[in-house]
Design a protein around this ligand. Structure first.
Ligand code: MRU
Length: 350
């Protein structure tokens, strides 16, 4: 691995998928072993692994595990895969990469790759392609940054959230190696603290200094003239360029526009869902209120309080200055521009 690229969130070992347990970072670096597709579904749902592209790659290996299991009792067919994959497909609703990866694995099977070995090879291809896409986006996105840029990011979009290197954090890594970035700010990202726990941890592994800010401090940070670009990832991008991403992203985009700060979204083509015409159609995951009411297993909210806990929001395309994908950069993305890069889109039949 090259400079500023020390972290990986998953690995295939001894016919099992191993996941770096992101619930335990930064205190503990523990690899959780998934032996079958049910283990994988549970790991995605419980956020052992999270981040849209990492979820997609994990799901691809989950299909490979399902194929291994099926091969013990008969042929590996699309029909026999339906039941084991249903639970995994429903594990988290917003990140489209989950369904995208399952669909691609199924297409590979239908094209004749009916052995577990071939299914595993396809998962490995998805894994490699995601890293390559991140590298390409890193170059494309960093080219938009003037030397001396100060950037603010949200959630964790790095090696932990992808197969490796990262989307928005990949742009920041490349920007740092090209000496275009002087300051990295990261929002703590309540309630799960992906920024404080994960982004800060993985940047520290790479020796990149980061300044954490409370989510509520980001408007003041921008008003103080301390940020040139907000750079974020995406969980699903609709055909008109609307972007679902971690809760708080929409607020950052509004503040950025109000303060003349530019706003960049970085995501691979596997995150684009041309079957949805606009962001209002994107399913938004709500998680247990407990994630908000407690911290580290200890209740922090006053007794009697309940919580509303949507974990993603939608940023309208009109607030986005640049959408960076491995296929190219779209400035002020809209339906026509997305169509040029991603085609018309075919509604899913499953
Ligand atoms: O709930 P999470 O942690 O899975 O949410 C992750 C995000 O919102 C990321 O910003 C997004 O997946 C892009 S990561 C490359």
């Amino acid at each position: 691995m090259s400079e500023f690229d020390q972290v990986r969130p998953l690995r295939w070992r001894h016919n099992c998928l191993e996941l770096l347990d992101q619930r335990l970072l930064p205190e503990q670096e523990h690899w959780l072993v998934c032996r079958d597709v049910a283990d994988v579904a549970e790991a995605i749902r419980d956020m052992v692994v999270r981040g849209a592209p990492a979820i997609g790659v994990t799901a691809a290996y989950g299909v490979a595990l399902a194929a291994q299991e099926l091969a013990e009792t008969g042929p590996v067919t699309a029909e026999r895969l339906v039941e084991p994959l249903t639970l995994m497909a429903q594990a988290r609703p917003t990140a489209v990469n989950l369904g995208w990866a399952i669909k691609r694995m199924r297409s590979c099977l239908e094209a004749g790759a009916t052995t577990p070995e071939r299914m595993l090879q396809e998962a490995e291809s998805i894994h490699r392609e995601d890293i390559a896409a991140n590298r390409r986006m890193g170059e494309l996105g960093a080219a938009l940054l003037d030397p001396g840029s100060r950037v603010l990011t949200h959630c964790n979009t790095g090696s932990l959230a992808t197969a490796g290197f990262g989307t928005a954090l990949g742009v920041i890594r490349t920007g740092c190696s090209q000496q275009r970035i002087t300051d990295i700010y990261a929002g703590e990202t309540r309630p799960w603290l992906q920024g404080a726990r994960l982004t800060a941890w993985e940047l520290a592994q790479d020796g990149l200094p980061v300044t954490l800010v409370a989510d509520g401090a980001t408007a003041l940070l921008m008003a103080s003239g301390l940020v040139d670009w907000v750079i974020v990832g995406a969980d699903r991008i609709a055909a008109n360029g609307d972007v679902a991403n971690k809760i708080g992203t929409y607020g950052l985009a509004l503040h950025a526009r109000a303060h003349g700060v530019r706003f960049m979204v970085v995501a691979p083509s596997s995150t684009v869902d041309m079957a949805l015409s606009e962001g209002g159609e994107i399913p938004i995951e709500h998680r247990a209120g407990e994630e908000l009411l407690s911290m580290g297993g200890r209740r922090i909210a006053a007794a009697g309080a309940t919580a509303w806990n949507p974990v993603f929001d939608v940023t309208p395309a009109r607030l986005i200055d640049a959408l960076v994908t491995e296929r190219g950069v779209l400035y002020q993305p809209d339906t026509a521009a997305l169509k040029t890069l991603f085609g018309a889109g075919v509604p899913d039949d499953d």
